[in-house]
Design a protein around this ligand. Structure first.
Ligand code: ADP
Ligand code: MG
Length: 314
């Protein structure tokens, strides 16, 4: 197998896909960090996990983690899943969870009993979540979410954040009652093959572009590790498809690799949309192509195969 749905080769879509590859993809947009550091349990390379947690008020670390997990419990975002797993383990075991331990315990039926009551929950795409706990507003998300809501980020917290971002981690800020309470660091390990695949794409004449909702510093650190020069960070969910369209307007045939909910408009807008098989259903639906082995190597295989097919047809 080539890591694709066999149907894709037979269906109209599939033909269409081969056809678009024949024109030779000139730009490959890679949603990141999700596409590179796969945030699903089935990934070859682990998943997003909390690596740092620091409280900047008098709140106990355990209470802080329970607060954040309660706010994130209804979110489907990979960052939210990582936070809830971590807080769950901390709550019951009082120490850092291994991903495997946390996953096993999360299966527990009594899972939600330790969480606080939440009201007025809303997920704010590209920014974080907001809710009310103990009668106070709780915000969990990026700088933009907090500053838009009038929360001041003290210097010590900002310094801590920058440190996380420089080491390619996503910093998540938490405000309780409009006061910056703490910061979490989440690491999304790179897929093992990422750098090699990017190098291979460049050799094939494909120009890689990284697109992410994450902040510029984290995105820059990840891009450097995988060898991508063209980075578009702090992109709001709708902005990913806009970027695809602007690259097309510049005359490029664009392929997009992604796995998240936010990636589906861009997957649909691209000449060729490639979803990671372990990604969200909606991304898989929007794509022309599914990488069933979850390996980015299959991106190269797909392009290679299509080019060969075209040569034969000609
Ligand atoms: P991407 O899909 O490119 O990773 P998203 O649009 O999903 O980007 O998220 C962009 C940023 O918004 C994240 O890096 C994070 O800072 C913030 N964010 C989004 N959802 C959440 C959430 N549930 N909890 C905390 N932060 C979030
Ligand atoms: Mg995402």
């Amino acid at each position: 197998t080539f890591g694709v749905y066999p149907e894709a080769w037979l269906s109209e879509n599939g033909n269409c896909f081969i056809f678009s590859l024949m024109f030779s993809i000139s730009v490959m947009v890679i949603a990141c960090p999700c596409a590179l550091g796969l945030a699903t349990p089935t990934a070859v390379m682990g998943k997003a996990s909390v690596t740092n947690a620091k409280v900047f008020t008098k709140m106990e670390l355990g209470d802080f983690l329970t607060l954040v997990a309660s706010a994130e419990a209804s979110s489907e975002h990979p960052l939210a899943r990582a936070i809830v797993d971590y807080a769950y383990h901390f709550h019951f075991f009082g120490k850092l969870a291994t991903v495997k331990d946390a996953k096993n315990h999360v299966k527990d039926a009594k899972f939600s009993e330790w969480l606080l009551d939440v009201s007025d929950f809303s997920a704010l795409p590209g920014r974080g979540v907001q809710c009310v706990i103990n009668g106070e507003r709780v915000l969990v998300g990026n700088r933009r979410l907090l500053t838009d809501n009038g929360v001041t980020i003290p210097t010590d917290a900002e310094t801590f954040l920058v440190g996380l971002e420089e080491s390619a981690k996503t910093g998540i800020l938490v405000a309780y009652n409009n006061i910056l309470t703490g910061v979490l660091g989440v690491a999304d390990p790179l897929k093992r093959e990422a750098a090699v695949v990017i190098e291979g794409l460049k050799k094939m004449g494909v120009q890689p572009v990284m697109v992410t909702g994450d902040n510029w510093r984290t995105a820059g650190a990840v891009a450097k590790e995988v060898g991508i020069k063209d980075v578009r960070a702090e992109v709001m969910p709708a902005g990913k498809a806009d970027i695809i369209r602007s690259l097309q307007k510049d005359g490029s045939v664009v392929a997009m690799v992604g796995d998240g909910i936010n990636d589906s408009p861009a997957l649909a807008a691209a000449d060729v949309g490639m979803a990671i098989g372990a990604g969200t259903d909606i991304a898989i639906e929007a794509a022309d192509y599914v990488l069933m082995r979850n390996s980015l190597e299959d991106v190269i295989t797909a392009i290679d195969l299509s080019r060969k097919t075209f040569t034969r047809i000609r």
